[in-house]
Design a protein around this ligand. Structure first.
Ligand code: F6R
Length: 266
């Protein structure tokens, strides 16, 4: 495990100042409307460019969005067959078939219900023996397909402000690597494991730089547990204390919030 921690310690802030942009912020009354708005954005992307490259998240936030995508496949023949999809992250180490792995989550919530081509689905291998080598493989794969057309993100719970598993301390120039999970992330995410002790110690995640290379980014947040992080990311200093704040260095970001997640914004 020492090898991947070594690469994290090398992260340094960039010397140059990047331009700062104001994301489009959409606040909707309910979580269901957030799901619909996010799903509509993804559907529009797929219809306008059927061979889009997408980055997708897991977790509780996008579940409703994926259900709406599955509905669109069933009722309107939304075509997934030409898409290439990169997942943001995967726990490490974790067996591929573990019911709490993100590979399993994506299969259950989206991939097995639609006509996506299995060879166009990419998820870091949680069962790779060496996290560093697996991160390099994933980085290379992303590079070959770059740029991603649309990256969809959630934001971490409480004060984590993570995107992907870029925990506090993740810099703007960070790329795919294995991150140890933050204490707060561990508290929240252990609930997704039948045996909380099985929560892996890290995750292989796209870095901030990988995420910001996407042409368009959509961040979704729902519920009061996201209010502090949304406020910090959108109004606080842009730095590695709140990795989601780096989204303000990207010109095409849309943030879709329900009222609870937006409650600390003016
Ligand atoms: C998961 C991911 C994470 C989650 C975040 C929010 O692939 O990249 O950044 O988006 O931890 O998780 P939920 O949606 O469970 O609140």
């Amino acid at each position: 495990m020492s090898d991947y921690r070594e690469s994290i310690r090398k992260e340094r802030p960039l010397d140059e100042q990047l331009p700062i942009y104001q994301p489009d912020i959409i606040v909707l009354p309910t979580a269901e409307e957030v799901d619909q708005c996010a799903a509509d954005t993804i559907i529009q992307q797929i219809r306008s460019k059927p061979d889009s490259i997408l980055t997708l998240p897991t977790g509780s936030t996008p579940k409703g969005v994926y259900q709406l995508l599955v509905d669109a496949y069933r009722t309107t023949n939304l075509d997934f067959s030409q898409l290439t999809i990169f997942n943001l992250d995967e726990y490490w180490p974790i067996p591929h078939q573990h019911p709490s792995s993100y590979a399993y989550y994506m299969m259950e919530n989206l991939y097995r219900h639609v006509n996506v081509n299995p060879s166009n689905i990419h998820i870091p291998r949680g069962d790779a023996p060496d996290a560093h080598i697996e991160a390099q493989r994933y980085e290379e794969l992303l590079k070959q397909h770059s740029p991603v057309d649309l990256a969809v993100l959630g934001i971490g719970p409480g004060t984590t402000c993570h995107i992907g598993f870029n925990e506090k301390g993740s810099e703007l120039n960070s790329r795919v690597r294995c991150m140890p999970l933050d204490v707060e992330t561990r508290q929240t995410n252990s609930a997704f494991f039948t045996n909380p002790n099985e929560l892996p110690e890290g995750a292989i995640t796209q870095g901030i730089a990988n995420i910001l290379e996407a042409q368009n980014i959509v961040l979704i947040a729902k519920g009061p547990a996201k209010a502090w992080g949304i406020h910090r990311a959108l109004t606080g200093e842009i730095n590695a204390d709140a990795p989601a704040s780096f989204l303000r260095n990207h010109p095409n970001v849309t943030v879709i919030l329900d009222q609870e997640a937006a409650q600390l914004l003016e």
